[in-house]
Design a protein. Sequence first.
Length: 442
Amino acid sequence: MNSISYKIKLLLAYRDLFRTRVPLLYNRMISKSQQRARKAAADLRDKETVEVAFLLTIPGMWKLDYLFEALRADPRYHPYVVIYPYSHFKGFSRLEIWKTIVRTKQFIEQRGFEYIIPYDKKKHKWLNINKEYQPDIVFFTTQYRDIEPHYYYYNFKNKLTCYVPYAFQAMNAYKLNYDQIAINLYGLNFAETKMHLDFAKKYSRSKGENFVVSGYPGIEVYLHSEYISPDPWKAQTKTKKRIIWAPHHTIDNTDDFQCSTFLLNCNIMLKLAEKYKEEVQFAFKPHQLLKFKLQKMWGYQATEDYYRKWQTMENTQIEESGYIDLFIHSDAMIHDSGSFTTEYLYLHKPVMYLVASDNARQQFNKFGEKAFECHYQGRNEEQIEQFIQEVVIGGNDTMKEQRDMFYDSYLLPPNGHLPSENIVRTIESFISPKEANKENNQ
């Protein structure tokens, strides 16, 4: 769990000492937040240009390509990305934070999206975009209070605030995912499935009143048959199988939950990459917070040395930015992630979950349990190597039918529309409910 000093620091920075600790005040805040959201939406009905700010810290939290493009294609909306630092309160390396900002900038530039980095170099301070740019709609890509306070919900409470989860929620972390302060206060939360909406109704203080089922935008690219994917894998002298290793960042006891097996498997995976260099190439796809935490645990240089090994071996590489194309051109994945437990199943390819104990299944929510059951399970080096030899190289994929059944039953988005379409329709129904009702009835 996070330390007491860390929690006190957040309470003071965000002035939450009373308003979220007194149930009557908290409930009143939630009620008022919904009233404000509807008023903010109503105020946009006759506005010629609606300013839409997408707040982003790291590339891995960006799952909104198609939503951004849909809004950009509509002359009524002016979307742009706001890049700001993560994480403000955790004592991460300042150098690494700035390197991450540069990576995020490059990530958004590659997509051709308009963006701002609201940093005043002369005053050495991050600007308040609510004052400087006055957005009408604000999309958040994280719900946590690890950021500068003026990038948190409280600074935008009179705007139409929206949240799309940066991960497909599969973990048994109901309070973390559904009862965070911001989750209860956002005007609109977009849920992945009906089952996730039920979680919100049960576990959030808002009782899920500010939730709408849209489907998960992070997987939308896999549903677009016309998408032409560039191949990001390192060139080899001959064709090899391609395996992604994606370790999670929860490596110490400061995290709210731990699912990472990185410390158990970091040397094993290097060993297997070397052993199978003639048959397999590996992509090291760490959670982007892992490097920050390793630098605190191992030291800066040891972390850099480890990452460099993955970058420089003949059959290995690192992916620290986006991963869509990496997934598309892969043959299999080995991971211990929460979101990837569901996301990779959209590829219909074999996947192994690395487990640290026999009760690993209990760390998932009811939806995640079903996704977890579609994975091969790796508890030691022998089982990981067996997956590489028999399933990936040998092609003996005995779980394919089970994965396909899960896909058909749970993973297709609702209403016959893609997730981004569902989100845009919901926003428009908030802004102009009468027109939206007419369209739905036609």
